[in-house]
Design a protein around this ligand. Structure first.
Ligand code: IPE
Ligand code: IPE
Ligand code: MG
Length: 257
């Protein structure tokens, strides 16, 4: 039994927790509405929850944490709300980048960059550049992200290679396509958590979630805390992952947090 090992106390990553957790941070608007507050207040409180989640991910020993912070479809929201969300991203990077760096967090951003304002593009590049050598936790921020668009872009990139005579179509397989995704080199998420009670992917990691476990929590994102995170990890540890086979595989030990 993994839980019996004293090595759990050691600072290195414990192998009975998932290596990679994806989080769909949903429900900020409803959290605010239920308190008679404007939606932006929910987003502000959501940012606080994100800070705590990153700290918890480090303490729990995860290798990768991917957070869905703005989808390509979120451009369909009122312009004021989009502006608020862009402002919060800037605030997060300006205020937190130093602390993230000191904590050994490597920041990576996935999603489209071309249609973002230059100041945001510059901040994202700065965050990635400053933290690129860190190894404690990789925080992947899915911003202006869409899973289908990511797969389409990967297909386009392969098609360009075929058209240029650099690639034979018969060589295209799932490994090659995965290498053209924004997440190239990052292991697939073991666990995806969604708050707010909705039970859907909303275009998050469409390709990468093929064999992910899902935990849906009824609470809204601003109420997500260390305890809720631990509950989701405990639920994950009780799951049996089969990957199409007949016996359980992967990390399924009991967790101690
Ligand atoms: C998640 O909360 C944050 C983003 C999508 C940016 P929502 O803003 O979707 O909150 P609800 O789902 O409307 O309550
Ligand atoms: C998904 O939440 C996107 C993020 C959490 C950033 P949405 O609130 O946009 O998803 P839907 O519209 O309810 O599916
Ligand atoms: Mg929502």
């Amino acid at each position: 039994m993994i839980s019996a090992e004293p090595a759990l106390e050691a600072p290195q990553r414990r192998y009975d927790v998932p290596a990679h957790v994806g989080v769909i941070m949903d429900g900020n608007g409803r959290w605010a509405a239920s308190r008679g507050l404007p939606r932006i207040e929910g987003h502000r409180r959501g940012l606080e929850a994100l800070r705590g989640t990153v700290r918890a991910a480090i303490d729990f020993g995860l290798d990768y944490l991917t957070v869905y912070s703005f989808s390509m479809e979120n451009w369909n929201r009122p312009v004021e709300e989009v502006a608020d969300l862009m402002g919060l991203l800037k605030r997060f990077i300006r205020n937190d980048l130093g602390d993230l760096h000191k904590s050994g967090v490597k920041v990576k951003v996935i999603g489209g960059r071309a249609n973002l304002k230059p100041d945001i593009r510059a901040l994202l590049a700065e965050a990635e550049d400053l933290t690129k050598a860190n190894t404690r936790l990789t925080l992947i921020v899915a911003f202006n992200y869409g899973g289908r668009q990511e797969i389409a872009a990967a297909a386009r990139s392969l098609a360009l290679d075929v058209a240029a005579g650099r690639l034979n179509p018969s060589e295209i397989d799932e490994t090659l396509l995965a290498q053209r995704l924004d997440t190239a080199g990052i292991p697939d998420p073991d666990l995806i958590i969604r708050t707010s009670g909705e039970q859907r992917l909303s275009n998050f990691l469409m390709w990468q979630a093929a064999y992910s476990e899902f935990v849906f929590l009824p609470m809204h994102w601003p109420d997500f805390d260390r305890e809720a995170f631990a509950t989701a990890l405990a639920e994950f540890s009780a799951r049996e992952r089969r990957f199409g086979g007949v016996t359980a595989q992967g990390r399924n030990g009991k967790i101690k947090i």
